[in-house]
Design a protein around this ligand. Structure first.
Ligand code: URA
Length: 437
């Protein structure tokens, strides 16, 4: 088999066979197929698309290109959750303890972030001593004893996807539905859960700007998961403005803790309850959404979700006191209110500008080597639809460096659009796709 022939076949609109896809993924992973041929193939796929069977085979080949986590020693139905990402998306921080407190075994692999804030692991490292570098034995035994464990995504998890995603990133081939679906699902399948709940974002701050594209991506991923024998749900949710009010690592942890106390922002709480509902249903803990919501509300009201977070932090070397006393978490040395220059309704809050402010304050990574400042970020006082008078605060910036604060403050106002009339209300949850079992 020759890669040249496969590129030509795809370029001309052909369908790659299972053997051809396996050959291509194996060859690219071991280096025998060079970047230039693979990037030509990715461009051919970009224009010609892939059939569902090709997408499934690509996903499976990438999932099997490295370690497949064996979670069979963990009792019960393991449910994983994945978000396609956005600004202020700290959902895992609240959802993991909520679902675990309801009896869902959580064995999760997460990554660090490259961009406006850190990933889930960076955020969790706001807890003093928190460690995600767990040997598999400890990971498994923590899930069996306290119901939850989280570890960093290793380089051996779907290495083909790691290499291919980096290539797509520099060859303008990221935004193809089948390639995104197979990339995300290859890592999820390799991570070993029995059921997966996806949070597919749509809006200005999401990969999928258009709702119909988000639905199509969700359907594609649900189909891949089902075909690979996983129980699947996908929630399509709004990312036209940042989620919740906090953007920045420790600030997001504090907001997640507030949510576990029942004092979180309405949108963030609603999303956690929705995703939690499908985690409980996928994990066989609840038969109906109502039953699941009641269980989730109960673990918030009786404090067991917050206790679960404290147990989780302690089991991974962190200081559990910080879960109960979040004022102990990293705190920036300076704050500055940014006030509205005009009066009116907030009609838009641009996710990318808010993300950029967080990055400028030091809360994200510009390169893989960048060191994140966990304490910095923004608290948004006003969101879409709110009315603001001239001179009233829109947000509070948290920073440690005067120059960075000045630059972020100057940039911040570009994120807000203020107009004379209220914007149309947009639902946070756009829809749910349930896979067939
Ligand atoms: N996230 C991924 O992991 N892969 C993609 O292709 C896009 C988003």
């Amino acid at each position: 088999m020759r890669m040249y022939d496969l590129i030509m076949k795809k370029r001309n609109g052909g369908t790659l066979s299972d053997e051809e896809i396996d050959f291509m993924v194996a060859g690219y992973t071991d280096g025998s197929i060079p970047d230039y041929q693979m990037s030509a193939m990715m461009m051919a796929v970009y224009f010609q698309g892939m059939h569902a069977d090709e997408t499934l085979r690509l996903t499976l080949a990438m999932a099997k290109s490295g370690d497949m986590l064996d979670l069979s020693r963990i009792h019960g139905i393991k449910v994983d959750k994945h978000s396609t990402g956005g600004v202020g998306d700290k959902t895992s921080l609240a959802l993991i303890p909520m679902a675990a407190a309801c009896g869902i075994p959580i064995a999760k692999m997460s990554g660090r972030g490259l961009g406006h804030t850190g990933g889930t692991i960076d955020k969790l490292e706001s807890f003093t001593g928190f460690c995600t570098d767990l040997p598999t034995d400890v990971f498994v035994s923590n899930v069996n004893t306290i119901g939850v464990a989280l570890m960093g995504q290793t380089a051996q998890l779907a290495p083909a996807d790691k290499k291919l995603y980096a290539l797509r990133d520099v060859s303008a081939t990221v935004d193809n539905m089948s390639l995104i679906a197979s990339s995300i699902m290859s890592k999820k399948l390799a991570a070993g859960a029995d059921a997966i709940v996806l949070d597919v974002k749509t809006g200005s701050g999401a990969f999928m700007k258009k709702e119909e594209d988000a639905f199509a991506l969700a359907k594609e991923m649900v189909q891949i998961g089902n075909n690979a024998g996983r129980r699947m749900y996908a929630v399509i949710s709004d990312m036209d403005q940042p989620l919740g009010r906090a953007v920045g690592n420790a600030l997001e942890v504090k907001e997640a803790i507030a949510t576990l106390r029942g004092e979180g922002p309405a949108d963030f709480t609603q999303l956690c309850l929705a995703l939690g509902t499908y985690m409980l249903m996928a994990g066989g803990r609840a038969d109906t959404p109502k039953e699941a919501q009641d269980m989730l509300r109960r673990v918030i009201a009786n404090g067991s979700a917050l206790d679960k977070l404290a147990q989780f932090v302690k089991a991974q070397g962190g200081d559990p006191k910080e879960a109960y006393e979040p004022q102990r978490l990293p705190k920036a040395s300076m704050t500055e209110e940014i006030c509205a220059k005009t009066e009116g309704f907030v009609t838009a809050v641009a996710c990318d500008e808010i993300g950029m402010c967080s990055l400028m304050l030091g809360g994200g990574r510009e390169t893989k080597e960048s060191v994140i400042d966990l304490s910095v970020g923004l608290e948004l006082y006003r969101k879409k639809g709110d009315y603001v008078k001239k001179g009233e605060p829109l947000a509070l910036l948290h920073g440690n460096d005067k120059e960075k604060m000045k630059a972020a403050a100057a940039r911040f106002l570009a994120a807000y659009t203020i107009g004379a009339s209220a914007p149309k209300e947009a639902p946070l949850i756009k829809g749910v796709i349930q896979g067939s079992e």
